[in-house]
Design a protein around this ligand. Structure first.
Ligand SMILES: [Zn+2]
Length: 199
């Protein structure tokens, strides 16, 4: 049992072990920070939370309270049990990576969620089998009836949170997304830290 908040440092990743039945509260401390979220079966990390499989099961593009997130083996791994953020999250976009920033014109190395996942798991002695498409908590990617998407600032507010219940023993991993070229972390373009609590 770990009831004290853990920091997901700004622009960095953090991972933790979670037992089946425990809940993870993910707090948008400053209100405008996207938190990329991954979950892996602790017994076999080649089984992991999959947005593609989750959408097929829930029939929702954005998870709602009560929805189960499914693994690539179509088993529940997390259930969304509370959401005070306004309910806007993203399941469409891949984690950012060096190639994303190169495509956006960066000529210098840029922090990215793909590297943050690897670094977070490395602290636990683990290597991700790949970079699954994350559950992008608080990320506001609206779409039109024409099928166009946009990258918008979050609608979430300081201190809002979601609660995810673990449906198996798992490894949870987070990245405080370092995107500062698009307004997904607020129009100020200043990524911040976020926090989580396992209880
Ligand atoms: Zn990112």
């Amino acid at each position: 049992m770990n009831a004290s908040p853990v920091t997901i440092p700004a622009r960095r990743g953090k991972a933790a072990f979670v037992a089946a039945g425990q809940s993870i509260k993910v707090i948008n401390t400053h209100g405008e920070q996207v938190v990329d979220t991954w979950a892996f079966n602790r017994a076999d990390i080649t089984e992991f939370m999959s947005m593609e499989h989750t959408r097929s099961g829930s029939r929702h593009i954005i998870p709602r309270v009560g929805d189960a997130m499914l693994t690539n083996h179509r088993r529940p791994i997390l259930t969304l049990t509370e959401d005070t953020s306004g309910g806007i999250h993203d399941t469409l976009c891949a984690a950012c990576d060096r190639y994303r920033y190169e495509g956006l014109g960066c000529t210098e190395p840029h922090d990215n969620c793909t590297d943050n996942l690897a670094a977070g798991l490395a602290e636990l002695g683990l290597t991700p089998p790949e970079t699954p498409s994350p559950l992008n908590l608080f990320m506001n990617i609206p779409w039109t009836p024409d099928g166009e998407i946009a990258f918008e600032p979050p609608i979430s507010t300081p201190g809002c949170y979601v609660v995810l219940r673990a449906e198996m023993d798992l490894v949870i991993a987070f990245s405080a997304c370092p995107q500062d070229l698009l307004p997904i972390n607020g129009r100020a373009g200043k990524p911040t830290e976020a926090h989580f609590v396992i209880a």
